[in-house]
Design a protein around this ligand. Sequence first.
Ligand code: PXP
Length: 257
Amino acid sequence: MTTAGSPRRLSPARLRLGVNIDHVATIRNARGGAHPDPVRAAQIVAACGGDGITAHLREDRRHIRDEDLARIQAATKLPLNLEMAATEEMLAIALRHRPHAACIVPERREERTTEGGLDAAGQHNRLAPIVARLTDAGIRVSLFIAPEPRQIEAAMMLRAPVVELHTGEYAHACQDAGGGEQVAVELRRIADMAALAAKEGIEPHAGHGLTYDNVQPIAAIPQLAELNIGHYLIGEAIFTGLEHAVRHMRELMDDAR
Ligand code: PXP
């Protein structure tokens, strides 16, 4: 209850947690069998407070494989966010599976992970038909971009309803012993671009390299609607179990708002 004269503090919307289960499949694929199954991970995430499942079907199928997608979709009611490169092959797969969302990411075969943001500004003509065809199929398109004004402008031109701001530079700065100043710079960029996106009617998400130690300043950015977190959560799950890892990340995110 609010008392007269005391301003009512509106609680910000719940920040969604999308759990990227790719690296359960990485461990599975190391032995070429069926265990550990990313579907089981998706079911645990669904049971313990995750809001979505994120999976990246890479061109080389190094973790998630084609047949995993339908199995994940059948196993839980959580929305599936399919991370995909902007290729005809991936477009056809997305149109076949119709995930809730498709996050278009840059992909280089030799990279260990998605190292930079998508150059939405420089690739408008290549991306426009892919964004349009996904959108026409009822799939919510997100663009994984660096937190830069020109990329937000490009997302507007492409009519993307969502951008996911790449937090990799922020995460790197957090790892640097003397990175305090750079952490503040990177955090400011992400906060400013979340605000700009929201002002322009684009829903901002964020992800990459987020951990228990660095998630809270990001989770505190009020415009952000969703974080997608994978590698660290799956790594922690080895020690404490996936349920505990997801619940703890959830608590940290809630406490930051
Ligand atoms: N968001 C996107 C678009 C990604 O490509 C990735 C990595 O696959 C993540 C989030 C999750 O990053 P991390 O595994 O470092 O938490």
